[in-house]
Design a binder for this molecule. Sequence first.
Ligand code: GLC
Length: 532
Amino acid sequence: MGDEPGQPVDAPWWRSAVIYQIYPRSFADSDGDGIGDLPGIRARLPYLRELGVDAVWISPFYPSPMADAGYDVSDYRDVEPIFGTLADADALLTEAHALGLKVIVDLVPNHTSDEHEWFRAALDAPPGSPERARYMFRDGRGEHGEIPPNDWISNFGGAAWTRAADGQWYLHLFDSKQPDLDWTNPEVVAEFESILRFWLDRGIDGFRIDVAHGLAKDPEMPDLEGNWATGGPAVEGHPHWDRDEVHEVYRGWRRVTDAYAGDRVFVGEVWVQTPEQLARYLRGDELHTAFNFTYLLAGWDAKSLRTAIDDSIDALSAVGAPATWVLSNHDVVRHVTRYGGGDLGNHRARAATLLTLALPGGAYVYQGEELGLPEVVDLPPELRQDPAFGRTQGEDGFRDGCRVPIPWSGEAPPFGFGPGSGQPWLPQPADWAALTVEKQQGDPASMLALYRSALELRRDRPELGDGTMSWIDTDGELLAFRRDPGFVCVVNVGGEPAPPPDAVRDGALLLSSDPLEPDGRLPGATSAWYAV
Ligand code: GLC
C-alpha cells in the first residue's frame, strides 16, 4: 500500500472495500421459522471471512410490520423480534469486528412505517397539529376534498396519496404503509441525527441510506402532468427526486459522523440519471460513497461497459470520491439472469465478477451472487410479498425473485437455510442442490471458488482497490486496462475467442473466469487477470 498513485497509506477502508449485502430474511435461519435472523448471520460470519469480503451491509432488521420487507420501520432503535434482539445485534457487531469485518446498517429516512408511534400520533391528532407536521399531510382537491392533493404516483404503483379517516391525505412515494416524512421539519432532522448516534455509539461502521435522493419535496407540490416518467427517474427540476435541499440533510449527517473516531461511512442509494448528478451527493462534506447504478444498468457489450466505467470515474474523481461497482442487489433481477441466463449468463457473470473486482474503488457483492444464483422467475403469485406486486395487480413487483433464501447444504430444500426440514418463506428451486455452498466448496471450477480466488488476489495485489486505471487499446468486444504498477485485466465481452493485447504477452496469468484456449486466447464471455 502507499506506493500506488492516488492511494495514501492511511486511505480509509471504504475507498477499497468489498462489501457483502445481507438480506436478513433470506440469509440464514437459526430457529427454523423459515425466516433468516441475526443469530443466523452470526453463525455464518466465518463463511464471509473465508469468502474474503471486508464488510457487510445488512438490510433493515428493525421492528417492522413487513409491508415492504423491513423498509417500513416502526422503531429505528430496536430489532424486529423475528430477527432477534438488540443484544443479538450487539453480539453480531462484536463478532464481526473480531473477524476483521466492518458492519453497515440500513437507514430508511424517506418514510417510516404507518405503525411508527409518530404516524399513529399523527392520525390521532387533528389537521394542522405538530404531530401531522412530521409527515406530508395535505387537504384534497374537489368539492369535498375527495381528489388527491396532486397527481404524484407511488413507486410501487397507484396514487402516492392515501386518505386518513378525517379526510386529509398523506403522501407515500412507496406503499401506503410507508408515509413520507417532512424533512423541512427540524424535529425530523433532529430525530435522525439522534438515530445515527444511537448506532454509532454501538460501534457501527456506517450506514446505507435508503432512497437518499427522495427526502426533499417541492413545497408547492406541483402536478407531474406527465412531465416526468412514472415514479422517476430524477431529472432536472423534478418535484420529489434529487432536489437541492437533500444535500443540506447530508451535510448535517456528515458533521455527526465526522465527530466519531474511526472511519465511519455513508453509502447512498441514489437513483439518478447521470454520474454527474450522483457526484453531487459525494462532495467532500456530504456522503462518502454511493451505489453506482449506471454500471449495474449497463448492457453486456464493450461500449456500454466502457462508457459506464469512464463516466463514473470521471464524475466521481472530480469530487474526490471512489467509485463503487455493483452488479446485483435485493431490488433488481440477479445478474446471471440479466446477462442471458443459463450457461451464457453464468459465463458472463463470471467474467463480470473479474471485471468488477479489478476496477478502481469499492465493490458490492449481493448475497448468493458468489454462488451464481439465478433469478427465480416462477414464484407462485400467492407467495409473492413485494408490495408493488399487489399494487399493480401483478404487472410489476417481481423483486421476490432475487430474494429466495440461500442454499447452504444438502440435497433438498431448505438446503440448510434453517435447521430441520421446515421450509423457508419463499420456496427454493430443487435444482439449487447443485449450487449449495457445500457443493461449491469442493469444486475449484465453481463460482464460489472464483470469488474466493479473486478476493484473495484483490487483498494481496497492491494495484487493486482504490486508485487509478488506464485503458489499453483494443478492438471490437475486448476491454483491457492496466492498474499500476503491474496488473492488467482483460475482458472478452464478445462471443468468439479473442487474443489478449500485446501488453500481456510476457505477463503471467493470475486468474481467469474460465479456462483460456491452449494458445492463450480468451473464449467468449471470459475475463483474465495478468501480472505484467
Ligand atoms: C429502496 C430499497 C427497496 C425499498 C424502497 C422503499 O429502494 O432498496 O427495497 O422497497 O427503498 O424503502
